[in-house]
Design a protein around this ligand. Sequence first.
Ligand SMILES: NC(=O)c1ccc[n+]([C@@H]2O[C@H](COP(=O)([O-])OP(=O)(O)OC[C@H]3O[C@@H](n4cnc5c(N)ncnc54)[C@H](O)[C@@H]3O)[C@@H](O)[C@H]2O)c1
Length: 256
Amino acid sequence: MDKSKELRFPMFAVNNADCKHLFDNRYGTGQSVFDSIDSTTNLVIAGKTVVVAGYGWCGKGVAMRAKGLGAAVIVTEVDPIKAIEAVMDGFAVMPMIEAAKLGDVFVTVTGDIKVIDEPEFMVMKDGAILTNAGHFDVEVNVHRLAEIAIDKQEMRKNIVGFELPNGRWLNVIGEGRLVNLAAGDGHPAEIMDMSFGIQALCARYVADQRGQLEPKLYAVPQEIDREVAMRKLTALGVKIDTLTNEQEAYLASWNV
Ligand SMILES: NC(=O)c1ccc[n+]([C@@H]2O[C@H](COP(=O)([O-])OP(=O)(O)OC[C@H]3O[C@@H](n4cnc5c(N)ncnc54)[C@H](O)[C@@H]3O)[C@@H](O)[C@H]2O)c1
């Protein structure tokens, strides 16, 4: 909207603040996705193959937690840099059409549409579980799945099974909407505090700068990010070191 000059008031890119995406997206999504999958399915993740679509901040958290629960993890990506990160973090990386044949549980976290679509549905294993933790209900094309299914039934509360013409059943949790919200409690308040802290301090910043900001997209000022981080550390009872004047001068120099 900023690029199209559609914004009518100043906005802050809160998701880009470190105290937002490094914690809420990574640790919040990582944990709450499995809280919801575990309680909704009552299945064990250990020994299963979990396919994570997207290795951004949410995907990193989901993949990390899946590995910790004992799953074999496959990552799918479109960005070569994110893909090599996933490889070096120890995950298998391949196109979704290949991963579709191997996965027991799928989690999409891309912000994109049709990440899992008809060609993938047709090669999935019987009983595969499809979840989305990314954007609305568009990452897994549940609409198309319902069209090609020859039968459909509620398998458990919040899980709908679709029978494909090949006789295999695919299970969709929470209608393909954000699984941790549609079938769980979302992130713990303990991690949302930082996201809401960033938002609150941005609102105060806007009020303090009244009349001086233009209708465009602003980065969250670094002081706000650092203030939220310091307050979180204080709340956790964690202390850190402070640069001495000599260290600060040394770090800023190039010829000492
Ligand atoms: N469930 C939740 O509680 C929760 C929390 C925060 C963010 N989100 C949502 O999760 C989504 C991802 O957020 P993020 O912070 O990880 O974003 P991000 O931009 O850091 O990561 C998204 C990744 O998906 C990849 N990608 C895009 N299209 C793809 C495709 N077709 N196949 C494979 N990979 C693809 C991108 O290359 C990128 O690496 C967003 O829609 C965001 O709104 C959900």
